[in-house]
Design a protein around this ligand. Structure first.
Ligand SMILES: [Zn+2]
Length: 453
């Protein structure tokens, strides 16, 4: 060996040592290990006491009991002893771009308003929101693409673009109604499906409801070809329903999901069995209906977490919306709501696929916050907290086909650090210390400052 080749070799060795990090200031690992917490993975099973989650480059690389997880050498270790970790929530039914403070109007459908709403979802621990059928243009797709490219933060936005209803018979709120495509004939219905399927929409939404006889209901003569055409174009159909009889016919027609429970009667065993057999997923959507059983503002209006993302003015209006309600009307609402809870428990017991759908983003139905109340109501039906969390995390992730919602290797590091354990009270999912999306902590303090709270 010549002198020269020795010196080349030694400088190579030096370089290797420097890159390897031993004895240098360079970090040796980009991995972060979160240890000591009670870990709820989202699979519906019992939590892991003293679990470890290893995250690298925004992705979970390992999760399990401390004894089963090897923390990479040089990883940053964060001690979460006393905390509980669970996945961020996925809500498959929301509406973006209508609420802005005290205003509820289609004029609010701007990038600025929508991205602020995605921050509100993220603040409260919702990692994915599906805007269900009320996105009039390309904006939702643009925001979604920016999030995929990593240039836009907040809860990940998915969209069903515009849904289909009879003309002027879609969403309940008048300001949202024009977003639906109207169809009166089979030809129009099929054309509308093709228009939606040509986009990057995750689902196709239809409204099958006569709004108490005030509008014309999309009938089976139209929704059958819609479902057929949608499936031929590789897109799944989610139906807004009110009546159990429509649910029955929609299952028969091949619908993929329901955005509500039946609200006219209790869902009978036959309907429940058909839903399970045809693997139709169901979003209970309880909290909007639950309003009717209250003659005075419910307890959630006064919880401190609501005031973290909402102004006093907005909270005051919510409180006022419960004024002038009679005890009689509340008793009636209470009976009707109890019926919905019985339907939900039946579906759960029969093994139906249940997924969170909270309908947030309509007026006074607070984005990111009401998802937690939805969980409380799911548990009120008799479903366990572990199962309720699965309904809000891994179950909707599986339906959406998103690599989140379950704390498992290979998934996005989307999780919430809680100060108290929701297994001992599902309301504890609100008791958030921090939220991580793709391994990055959401700047909750900064957001509160921006909102003036
Ligand atoms: Zn809705």
């Amino acid at each position: 060996m010549t002198k020269r080749s020795i010196s080349v070799l030694s400088s190579l060795l030096l370089m290797t040592a420097a890159c390897g990090g031993s004895g240098s200031d360079e970090p040796v690992s980009t991995a972060v290990a979160y240890e000591g917490a009670t870990v709820i993975t989202g699979d519906g099973g019992p939590p892991l006491g003293g679990g470890v989650i290893v995250v690298d480059d925004g992705v979970i690389t390992d999760v399990g009991l401390a004894a089963n997880v090897t923390i990479p050498e040089g990883a940053t270790v964060i001690d979460l002893t006393g905390k509980t970790v669970m996945p961020t929530l996925l809500d498959l039914h929301g509406h973006v771009g209508f609420v802005d403070g005290m205003s509820f109007d289609s004029a609010n459908y701007t990038r600025e308003v929508i991205t602020d709403q995605l921050d509100r979802y993220a603040y409260h621990g919702v990692g994915v929101i599906v805007s269900l059928g009320t996105d009039p243009g390309e904006l939702a797709f643009e925001i979604k693409a920016d999030q995929e490219a990593g240039t836009q933060g907040g809860a990940r936005l998915h969209t069903a673009f515009r849904g289909i209803a009879r003309p002027d018979a879609g969403p309940g709120a008048p300001t949202m109604r024009p977003t639906a495509l109207g169809a009166s004939t089979e030809e129009e219905a099929r054309a509308a499906v093709r228009e939606i399927a040509a986009t990057d929409a995750d689902f196709l939404k239809i409204w099958v409801d006569d709004r108490g006889g005030s509008v014309e209901k999309l009938g089976s003569n139209l929704y059958r070809p819609i479902i057929e055409e949608a499936h031929a174009n590789d897109i799944r159909v989610i139906a807004h329903i009110f009546y159990a009889e429509d649910a029955r016919e929609l299952v028969e027609a091949g619908v993929d999901g329901f955005a509500h429970l039946a609200r006219d009667v209790e869902m009978d065993d036959e309907l429940v069995a058909a839903i399970v057999e045809n693997d139709v997923f169901v979003m209970p959507n309880l909290a909007v209906s639950e309003r009717a059983r209250n003659a005075s503002p419910p307890a959630w209006v006064d919880l401190p977490q609501l005031a973290e993302s909402q102004s006093a003015e907005v909270i005051d209006r919510i409180r006022q919306s419960y004024e002038d309600r009679s005890e009689e009307a509340a008793a009636e609402g209470s009976e009707s709501f109890a019926m919905m809870l019985r339907s939900l428990k039946k579906l759960a017991d029969a093994g139906a696929t249940l997924v969170l759908g909270a309908d947030t983003g309509i007026q006074d139905h607070i984005q990111g916050y009401m998802e937690h109340y939805e969980l409380e109501l799911i548990v009120e039906s008799g479903i366990s907290p572990a199962k309720a969390i699965e309904i809000a995390t891994s179950a909707p992730a599986a339906v959406l086909g998103a690599n989140t919602g379950l704390l498992a290797a290979g998934n996005r590091a989307d999780f919430i650090v809680l100060n108290s354990n929701p297994m001992y009270g599902i309301g504890n999912t609100r008791d958030i210390e921090s939220v991580y999306l793709s391994g990055e902590a959401v700047d909750r303090e900064g957001l509160r400052a921006r909102w003036g709270n």
